[in-house]
Design a protein around this ligand. Structure first.
Ligand SMILES: CC(C)(COP(=O)(O)OP(=O)(O)OC[C@H]1O[C@@H](n2cnc3c(N)ncnc32)[C@H](O)[C@@H]1OP(=O)(O)O)[C@@H](O)C(=O)NCCC(=O)NCCS
Length: 212
């Protein structure tokens, strides 16, 4: 039996928001960048932060969230959010207004304005379920959607996810360095860096293909 047989991958909806945010907080517990960012911020503060900045965006019409639940318990153990290309899901007048009024996290030291250009807007697996292939499953699922639409996918990948994304077709084009070392030697500057990765769709059609 495949180890993924005990799990199911389906679309998430607004009623999953609290579980998604809880999952993010727990998954980032030992992340090198978030560790120094949050430092002494307790669980509730972390939850509120992600709730405020992620939940509204994740539920907008150009984004679909996918979750993986454990069949035996019904527990959500992993999720990801995928922003679809604007050509497939054009911005409605309502979404334009909503997006233009979102705080782009400009006040935070680690996320300068413009950093959130990723189409994969978060991929998180509960710590005790990591390294079982769930993150790769979500990524393969999103890759097949991107291929279907002949769309590129961007992601800002932390030290735990770089290997996974690169193994599944993403390539590095830049790096975001939050300079964790400024906080002291207990922070690993290399691990705190986020690599900016892009994946070209499979069988990408070029201008030449159309001219034939
Ligand atoms: C990154 C994450 C989503 C990967 O999910 P996962 O289900 O553990 O991934 P998989 O089991 O499919 O593993 C695929 C690969 O991811 C990489 N990986 C997973 N956990 C890792 C870790 N702790 N350290 C380094 N690489 C890791 C490895 O390359 C792994 O392949 P391998 O097991 O053959 O070495 C998960 O570790 C997580 O939620 N991390 C915290 C949140 C986070 O960093 N999210 C990504 C933001 S861009």
């Amino acid at each position: 039996m495949n180890s993924l047989d005990g799990f199911e991958l389906v679309e998430a909806n607004a009623s999953d928001t609290d579980e998604i945010i809880n999952l993010m907080v727990l998954a980032y517990e030992d992340d090198e960048m978030w560790k120094y960012t949050f430092q002494k911020v307790p669980y509730y503060g972390r939850f509120r932060f992600f709730y405020e900045y992620n939940s509204a965006r994740n539920m907008m019409e150009d984004v679909t969230c996918f979750k993986i639940s454990e069949k035996a318990t019904g527990k959500m153990v992993a999720y990801t959010a995928l922003q679809y290309p604007w050509t497939i899901r054009p911005l409605s007048p309502e979404l334009k207004i909503a997006l233009s009024s979102l705080d782009p996290l400009a006040g935070l030291p680690l996320t300068p304005k413009g950093f959130r250009m990723d189409d994969r807007m978060g991929t998180h697996v509960l710590p005790e379920y990591q390294r079982q292939g769930l993150g790769s499953w979500l990524t393969r699922h999103c890759n097949s959607i991107a291929d279907e639409h002949q769309a590129k996918t961007y992601v800002a990948a932390g030290c735990k996810s770089r290997g996974m994304f690169k193994a599944l077709g993403f390539k590095r084009f830049g790096v975001f360095n939050p300079h964790a070392e400024r906080w002291g030697q207990e922070y690993d500057a290399e691990k705190a860096k986020y690599e900016l990765l892009v994946r070209e769709p499979k069988d990408l059609k070029t201008v030449d293909d159309y001219e034939q």
